[in-house]
Design a protein around this ligand. Structure first.
Ligand SMILES: Cc1cc2nc3c(=O)[nH]c(=O)nc-3n(C[C@H](O)[C@H](O)[C@H](O)COP(=O)(O)OP(=O)(O)OC[C@H]3O[C@@H](n4cnc5c(N)ncnc54)[C@H](O)[C@@H]3O)c2cc1C
Length: 380
């Protein structure tokens, strides 16, 4: 049955959900207020296989997320190589024994994640061949399946595909959501209009409490400020397109893009609320650490600082699915610092759930219930 659906929040999750719902015949309106979006500020590293996070639910979701990317790009017709490119990831460890351990882990994980690609320990000479600016004196682990994503370009491409299918995009703020007696929803926009729909999807990242608290819910979602320094080095313009992502030890990653563009970051600031002011001070310890790999970094002029607000939960795990008290409202949030990896598969799963289709992801492991508690049911 085709429905009217409002998706509030146009980051990677909302835009992808809106795209798949519109593609399956629904009449979808996507509303985004364009403020603080994590997806647009992010330079995403898609390389979950080398993570030593122990939580299996997180790893399985991130693994499925990385594997889903080629399908997302094909479905949305995203061909721009600067939006997503598999350039490989190069990971450093302080001790060689740890590098060996991680190499074993990569081989084990390859059995269920062929997307990891080639796995190899590279010598200093090998590394300088694929990333000539790196001066570090130790070996590193290379996996060829690692990718980098320009969040802003990817989101723009998905939204374009959504609109080409006939989806309606509104730049506006959903000020208030109200459940109606017939299971429908009413959405009050900041600019005045009031919309109604049969289904509501809230993909508003860190802003979820602002929409659900007035309905009597307590929501375990918090804002985290993330900053990245952007550099443009014209003298390397012809070379950087295929350079791999560098994941050093200590703080910070080095993410080269095509045409001599480098992004370096990102900070994880849990005490800054929704502040979006660029602060070089917070980036400085990271930039200092990275001079071990890029000794000339202090001489590079910073072009700009990208700032976004991530959403995190108390256990740093994402959640998605219907509200237990209202099954015509779906939510997703808490994607934290791996949301460009998990966002597209979460979105596809949300669309499949709304369409009553089987899902690849075991959704019972990611239910919103532990994170969204109904304190006062008189509003619903
Ligand atoms: C600097 C930085 C670096 C990162 N690096 C990586 C990385 O290397 N790898 C990785 O996988 N992930 C990374 N991430 C994390 C990733 O970007 C996020 O987890 C992910 O983009 C979250 O997507 P989202 O759609 O849930 O939320 P968002 O992208 O934040 O989108 C939510 C949208 O909802 C809108 N909104 C909120 N309230 C309303 C309302 N009431 N009405 C209308 N619109 C509303 C907001 O304005 C926003 O546009 C990084 C994030 C940052 C900030």
């Amino acid at each position: 049955m085709n429905m009217t659906i409002i998706v509030v929040g146009g980051g990677i999750v909302g835009s992808t959900t809106a795209f798949y719902l519109q593609k399956t015949g629904h009449k979808v309106t996507l509303i985004d207020k364009q403020t603080g979006q994590a997806s647009k500020a992010a330079a995403g590293i898609i390389s979950p296989w080398l993570s030593q996070r122990r939580n299996q639910n997180w790893y399985q979701l991130a693994r499925l997320g990385a594997a889903f990317y080629p399908t997302l790009l094909k479905d949305t017709g995203t061909v721009h190589a600067s939006a997503y490119q598999q350039v490989g990831t190069l990971l450093y460890k302080k001790k060689h024994t740890l590098l060996d351990k991680l190499t074993d882990l990569a081989h084990t994980r390859k059995q269920t994640a062929k997307e990891i690609g080639e796995i190899a320990q590279l010598s200093v000479t090998d590394i300088q061949e694929i990333f000539p600016l790196i001066q570090h004196s130790s070996e590193a682990l290379f996996v060829s399946g690692g990718a980098r994503v320009d969040g802003s370009k990817l989101v723009a491409s998905i939204q374009q595909a959504f609109c080409q299918l006939g989806g309606q995009y509104l730049e506006d703020c959903a000020e208030k959501i109200t459940p109606l007696p017939n299971s429908k929803w009413q959405v009050q926009l900041e600019t005045g209009p009031v919309l109604t729909s049969q289904q509501l999807v809230l993909t508003v990242g860190a802003w979820l409490p602002q929409l659900l608290t007035p309905l009597g819910y307590q929501v375990d979602v918090h804002p985290q400020k993330g900053q990245l320094a952007v550099y443009q080095l014209d003298k390397y313009q012809a070379n950087t397109a295929s350079w791999p992502v560098i994941m050093p030890y200590g703080e910070g990653d080095i993410i080269p893009f095509s045409n001599g563009r480098f992004l370096i970051g990102a900070t994880h600031e849990n005490d800054q609320g929704f502040d979006l002011t660029p602060s070089l001070k917070k980036l400085e310890p990271m930039l200092t650490n990275l001079t071990q790999w890029l000794p000339d970094l202090p001489t590079w002029p910073i072009q700009t600082i990208q700032v976004g607000t991530r959403a995190f939960t108390s256990d740093y795990l994402p959640f998605f699915g219907p509200l237990s008290s209202h099954d015509t409202c779906y939510v997703a949030s808490g994607l934290g610092s791996s949301g460009l990896t998990t966002g597209p598969i979460i979105a596809k799963t949300l669309a499949d759930m709304i369409n009553h289709q089987p899902t690849v992801v075991p959704v019972e492991n990611y239910t919103p219930d532990p994170y969204i508690q109904q304190l006062n049911s008189s509003h619903i």
